[in-house]
Design a protein around this ligand. Sequence first.
Ligand code: DGL
Length: 277
Amino acid sequence: MQQPAPIGIFDSGYGGLTVLKEIVRRLPQYDYIYLGDNARAPYGNRSFDTVYHYTLECVKWFFNKGCSLVILACNTASAKALRTIQQNDLPKIAPDRRVLGVIRPTAEVIGTFSETGSVGVLATSGTVASESYPMEIGKFFPALKVYQEACPMWVPLAENNEHEGHGADYFIKKNLHTIFKKGEDIDVILLGCTHYPLLKEKIGEYLPIGVRLISQGEIVAESLADYLQRHPEIETRCSKNGHQEFYTTDSTDDFDHHAAVFYGQPVNSIHTDISHV
Ligand code: DGL
């Protein structure tokens, strides 16, 4: 029988911290291990194969730490790697462990926020190209119109602490203009990348009146709470001491400096080398 272990939370870099923050708020009793693959971030413009291989390596790293449940708190990894990992890899390497993503829980509820029946999804180029959001949303809200816009500059802006600078204004205005040209009656904008909540205030400044801005943290936290309740066989294997541990594949100084902005409180990270998994 496996020892109880923390829940793994994964992102290419810092973005998943915006999700972890909400998960810890909602489920403070559990232990969490966060891994940012900063040395290889961003994932957003990389090929399917590359994102899949990187993500699988990180998932195996969590399994070596004993985690029975891993959340890919990264839309790009959820879009490009999750299904293959769930269907092809898990049955072979860890049939009793689970890996979940952030796209499905978001797709399950996004339609409830819209009155016009039109939503806009802002995400990385990889997530947009995967068509995961239109496909998943279509399963729950078949009549909902889904417009997408790739915002490839937003992650670098957030990762480089430029989310409050003039560069951010320029790119936010540009991408919002394009998505509202595609769907004039959009009344909900989903931030389909876990880095984007950092730009939330600025995005809000340029949104037409009456448009709701939705980020995923609370949605994913609520969905995880529900999942744990429905899956006692996994829940009992999650340790409960209220601890969080942070790992990065790159410099810990850089991680701690930037992570505090995403997480909202000081972070003390540990360096890890996942290439030895
Ligand atoms: N945070 C990731 C997401 O939610 C993207 C960051 C990246 O491009 O690596 O899609």
